[in-house]
Ligand binder design. Structure first.
Ligand code: PLP
Length: 397
């Protein structure tokens, strides 16, 4: 059967495929330490599960409004006001089947063939594929480790063109864990406002932030910026709810309406019961989240110290999310037991084969000198995995 052109150049999610490969080895009885995970290793908090059970028992088993139940929209409106200082009307909120779906709807609703979309690298893998699916053109800007992998105003100005339609920002970032400060966002915002560039601000890791850093939404900095921005968020990461598939977007009314209309012809509403659970996540106790953040911070501190103790590794200190993004540039061009290391991806393959440690090669995020290591796994695994990585890397000739 002939496939449509639009799907022919999609690359399957490399983060999911490494994860799958590691899981296959684990299923075959190999003791793999998996640093590939893209989701919290914690269970969904009990009160959230209970809310879903109650919703089921009360008969919340029918279609809901396409863009979300009134109760969930209200909870999201309240969240934006309290956490981000952003005032939205319920009609400006669109609830979708995960933040990934929210991003897809936004890009489909806003981007045309040939539009240029600025994508700072390292970037989350699905942005690039979603841009391609809209027949738009990604203009990738390589950010630098010495700037904490954050886009500078100079870098932004160097790629802006009359065809620039949009920029995608992600703070805290997957894969780098970088967190933009208010001042940095204000400086970028000034350029974006002047050039009337639409902003997609993916804030899914908002709550997973350490060292007293503050999450700032670029939309909150200026009413003009709010008019240019689609804010993306969701419950997957903050509440360990990846399987429930609830994400949401806040956008100017005509954009929210277009996204809702688009969704009405694909998935319709996201799952009724998962929406009820998400109301509990947003409005209920935030204590489990606090505990999760404290544990993530403990693991980040340990893992960062271990990595920095390995000669040849450098790593910037991530302020959020649950990933480390160390550079292995110093190992490139060398060899391990006769196997040449041509890039970080080769080293990732060696680590999986020789040390049974799964990491995600940075090439998946547009950077073949780094790895992404997820610390969404137990401290015991982190210790063992760091030992194994150290053993291999210290034997590189
Ligand atoms: C996990 C993730 C998402 C998608 O989350 P959903 O599970 O679809 O809600 C979006 N953006 C980034 C950067 C992510 O890491």
């Amino acid at each position: 059967m002939k496939l449509a052109a639009r799907v022919k150049n999609i690359s399957p999610s490399p983060t999911l495929s490494i994860d799958a490969q590691a899981k296959k080895m684990i299923a075959a009885g190999v003791h793999v330490i998996n640093f590939g995970a893209g989701e919290p290793d914690f269970d969904t908090p009990e009160h959230i599960k209970q809310a879903a059970i109650e919703a089921l028992q009360k008969g919340a088993t029918k279609y809901t409004p396409v863009g979300g139940t009134p109760a969930l929209k209200e909870a999201i409106v309240k969240k934006f006001k309290e956490d981000n200082g952003l005032v939205y009307e319920p009609e400006q909120i669109v609830v979708s089947c995960g933040a990934k779906h929210s991003l897809y709807n936004a890009i489909q609703a806003l981007c045309d063939e040939g539009d240029e979309i600025i994508l700072p690298a390292p970037y989350w893998v699905s942005y690039l594929e979603q841009i391609k699916l809209a027949k738009s053109r990604a203009v990738i800007v390589q950010t630098r480790a010495e700037n904490g992998f954050k886009l500078t105003v100079e870098e932004l100005e160097s790629v802006v063109s009359p065809r620039t339609r949009m920029i995608i920002l992600n703070s805290p970032s997957n894969p780098t864990g970088s967190v933009y400060t208010r001042e940095e966002l204000a400086a970028l915002g000034e350029v974006l406002l002047k050039m009337r560039i639409t902003i997609i601000s993916d804030e899914i890791y908002e709550k997973l932030i350490y060292d007293g850093l503050e999450h700032v939404s670029i939309a909150s900095l200026d009413p003009g910026l709010k008019e240019l921005t689609v804010v993306i968020n969701g419950v997957s990461k903050s509440y360990a709810m990846t399987g429930w598939r609830i994400g949401y977007a806040a956008a100017p009314t005509p954009v929210a309406r277009a996204m809702t209309d688009l969704q009405s012809h694909s998935t319709s509403n996201p799952t009724s019961v998962a929406q009820a659970a998400s109301v509990a996540a947003l409005t209920g106790t935030q204590e489990p989240l606090k505990q999760m953040v404290a544990e993530f911070k403990r693991r980040r501190d340990y893992m960062l110290e271990r990595l920095l103790g390995i000669p040849g590794i450098s790593c910037h200190r991530p302020g959020g999310a649950f990933y480390l993004f160390p550079s292995v540039e110093k190992f490139i061009g060398r060899a391990y037991r006769g196997k040449r290391i041509g890039g970080a991806a080769d080293l990732a393959a060696i680590l999986l084969e020789e040390a049974k440690v799964a990491v995600v090669p940075g090439v998946a995020f547009g950077d073949d000198t780094c790895f992404r290591l997820s610390y969404a796994t137990s401290m015991e695994n982190i210790k063992e995995g760091c030992d194994r990585i150290e053993e291999v890397l210290t034997s590189v000739e």
